[in-house]
Structures are given as structure tokens and as C-alpha cells.
Design a protein around this ligand. Structure first.
Ligand code: ADP
Ligand code: ADP
Length: 226
């Protein structure tokens, strides 16, 4: 069963903009797929539809073999990391990471264990008592990643997570994000307009233009085709 599957997905916004135009896409369990394309080609709209934050005008979306509309945005099968990290500013890093577990009424001992586990995995175990404002962009990104994976989702959605991170740490984070998603064996859909990110991180790259996937394949396939 695919972690994420889209069939004939189209999104027409109220003003008539066709943001996504008949997209078919499957992300296997443990697979890392990037959506690569210029601003405005429909990448974020696809992520928001998969996350249940937006509904498709037509077409179907499945998470782990079940239609996404049965699930909604809070479904534990999917987590999303946003470009601006969207951390709660008044909570510590530890509280941010623990938040999705608190909303599910997980007991405190389990929360402490799971927070410690993912904090170690993303390398923020020394930063758990800091507020977001006391963290660098790269550290915020790690905390956002930890919060996204703490419920062990089947699908992970990353919307340009490195665009607000210093260039100096971007390469390290690229390597770490792909290593973490592989360790967790989570199906990942990663949005970027950066060819280097797509090339170095992805199992497959879906090249988008004007709401459509124009080409899809491994990095070497995509970059050897004229
Ligand atoms: P990308 O993530 O590739 O930059 P988006 O998915 O954000 O692209 O946007 C795709 C298209 O849909 C763009 O033309 C954008 O202006 C338009 N769009 C996005 N959100 C809305 C909205 N809420 N209402 C109308 N048009 C929108
Ligand atoms: P609080 O004052 O609510 O305990 P903290 O920032 O200390 O705020 O912790 C928030 C959450 O993160 C808690 O639920 C705790 O279980 C977890 N947490 C914080 N620090 C650690 C840590 N060093 N190891 C494991 N879990 C931690």
C-alpha cells in the first residue's frame, strides 16, 4: 500500500485559478519524493490537499490506502512541516515537540520517552527548555521536524523546510532530513524549487509546471532527459 496516493487531483480556487491540474502520484512506504518546480506551479496546494487542509475540486487522495477525507488534518497518519516552522512561540522546544501527543491524551511518562527519543534523533536534546526565539533557524527546523515525527506518521509532508535556514547549515540539514526519513521508513513528499535539494535528497523527483507533473523519475533519469 502506498503511503500517499493521488489520482486525477485537480484544484480550482474560487477565483478560477487552476492550481493543480490532473495530478497522479504515488509515494511508497519509506520513499522520498520531491515536488520540484517554480513558484506558483501548485506544489504547496498539493501538500495542503494531502494534509487535509484543503479539499480537491476533483480527484482522490489516499493515505496508507484510506481516503484522506475520512481523516482530516489532525490524522496521525500524516504530519506537515511548514516553511516558517510554525512553532508555538510561548512553548519551549520540548513542549512544542510534546504538543501533538498531549492533544491525544498520551500519558506523561510515554510523552517524556518519545520526546527524548525524537529529540535525540534530530539532535535537539540540549535545547528542549528553550523558547523558539532562543533558537537559530536550523534549530527551529529540527524542532519542527521532531514535532512532525513524534506521532510516527505514515506520511510526512515538508514544504520548503530549508528556505528559512542559513545556507551554511543547509547542506547538513539536507543530509540529516533524508537520513531521518529513511530511519523512520516514512513516505515523504518534499516541496522545493531548489534543484540541488531535489537532486541530493530524493529517490524520485516530480518536476511540476503549471499544475501538472511534467516528468517523474530518479534524479539521474530526470537530469539525463533533455
Ligand atoms: P507553489 O507552492 O508551487 O508556489 P501554490 O500551490 O502555492 O504554488 O499556488 C499555485 C497557484 O494557485 C498559484 O497561481 C497561486 O497564485 C494560486 N493560489 C494559491 N492559493 C490560492 C488561493 N487561496 N486562492 C487563489 N489562488 C491561489
Ligand atoms: P514543562 O515545564 O511542561 O515540563 P518542559 O519544556 O520541561 O516543560 O517539557 C515539555 C515536555 O517535553 C514535557 O512533556 C517533557 O516530557 C518533555 N521534555 C522536556 N525536556 C525533556 C528531556 N530532557 N527529556 C525528555 N523529555 C523532555
Amino acid at each position: 500500500v502506498a503511503a500517499i496516493a493521488l489520482s486525477g487531483v485537480t484544484k480550482v480556487y474560487a477565483d478560477g485559478t487552476v492550481a493543480v491540474d490532473g495530478v497522479d502520484l504515488e509515494v511508497a512506504e519509506g520513499e522520498f519524493v520531491t515536488l520540484l518546480g517554480p513558484t506558483g506551479c501548485g506544489k504547496s496546494t498539493i501538500l495542503r490537499i494531502v494534509a487535509g487542509l484543503e479539499t480537491a475540486t476533483s480527484g482522490e487522495v489516499w493515505l496508507g490506502g484510506r481516503p484522506v477525507d475520512e481523516a482530516g488534518a489532525r490524522d496521525r497518519r500524516v504530519s506537515m512541516v511548514f516553511q516558517d516552522f510554525a512553532l508555538y512561540p510561548h512553548l519551549t522546544a520540548g513542549q512544542n515537540i510534546a504538543f501533538p501527543l498531549h492533544t491525544e491524551h498520551v500519558d506523561d511518562a510515554t510523552i517524556a520517552t518519545q520526546v527524548a527519543e525524537v529529540a535525540r534523533l534530530v539532535g535537539v536534546e540540549e535545547l528542549l527548555h528553550r523558547k523558539p526565539i532562543q533558537l537559530s533557524g536550523g534549530q527551529r527546523q529540527r524542532v519542527a521536524m521532531a514535532r512532525a515525527i513524534v506521532r510516527k506518521p505514515g506520511a510526512l509532508l515538508l514544504d520548503e523546510p530549508l528556505s528559512n535556514v542559513d545556507a551554511a547549515v543547509r547542506a547538513d540539514l539536507r543530509a540529516e532530513i533524508s537520513s531521518i526519513t529513511r530511519t523512520l521508513h516514512v513516505g515523504t513528499l518534499y516541496v522545493t524549487h531548489d534543484q540541488t535539494e531535489a537532486m541530493t535528497m530524493a529517490d524520485r523527483i516530480a518536476v511540476m509546471r503549471r499544475g501538472r507533473i511534467e516528468q517523474i523519475g530518479s534524479p539521474s533519469q530526470v537530469y539525463s532527459d533533455p
